[in-house]
Write a protein of this length. Sequence first.
Length: 278
Amino acid sequence: MAGRLDGKVAVITGGGNGLGRASAVRFAEEGAAGIVVADVLEGPALETVALVEAAGGAAVFVPLDATSRVDNEAMVTTAVERFGHIDVLLTAAGVSHGGYRSGDLDASRKRMLDRVDNVTTPWVPFLELSVDEFQAVLDVNLTGTLLAVQAVAAHLVEAERPGSIITVASIMARSDTGPVPYNVSKAGVWMLTKIAARVLAPRRIRVNAIGPGYVSTNMTAALTEMPPELLGPFMAAIPMGRLGEPVEIANTALFLASDESSYFTGELLHPDGGFFTG
Ligand SMILES: NC(=O)c1ccc[n+]([C@@H]2O[C@H](COP(=O)([O-])OP(=O)(O)OC[C@H]3O[C@@H](n4cnc5c(N)ncnc54)[C@H](O)[C@@H]3O)[C@@H](O)[C@H]2O)c1
């Protein structure tokens, strides 16, 4: 049976965990010819490579610090050397705060408790926000997205090939509750996506964003441990009453990666359990 990505080559930043990993596996299940798993964490990324191979696909790990132009360009070079060309980019590398390390649950728990402490005094974290913290999040989430998009788009323009670029924003791109660096970085990703879509459309390169709601990954693992008086209102804001599963975001990425979305560009899709309609 024909797959929805037959013959396509995809590069996935942040492919070592969560949404990036789920997308790598779904892309392989739908016939992708090759997947580049780029991540700052080698161990989890190699696990993703093994999962892709178990799904019948081919994958290669590329070490990537998303904030480095050199690394992003090397990622593209490796993809082309290994698989011949690139059709799809998914930028899933991201952090919730400076110093975030995917899988360090103890640090995430501590962070969550700090946030809970500030619920009744929201001006305190705002006034105490350091430039270092602000910059660290913008560097990965926003500058990292820009660098990956530039590197892949430069290859597509040079090779005169069409392509689909998918960025990962968040419901927080359109929300005024949440940590300033994260929300601002995701609002930036949204605008970057719209501008990139406009300027790259004449070259047959589509650029769309996914704005997930809360999804069960390392990034949100500590959330569900909040005290009931905070977890209750939090869950009430999600009309479907549950967190999303990574595969539900991967299926959105799959649609945007495939030719089924051929008339979409500059769009922000929200798989979010109805968050905006609640
Ligand atoms: N989980 C959610 O609820 C949710 C909701 C909306 C948006 N998002 C966004 O989705 C994306 C993926 O998040 P996730 O939930 O899968 O988290 P995750 O922690 O499971 O995965 C993030 C991946 O990005 C990698 N990464 C982090 N910094 C990097 C860097 N400098 N260079 C290269 N790789 C780096 C991590 O190693 C990890 O493998 C992020 O941009 C996140 O902001 C997540």
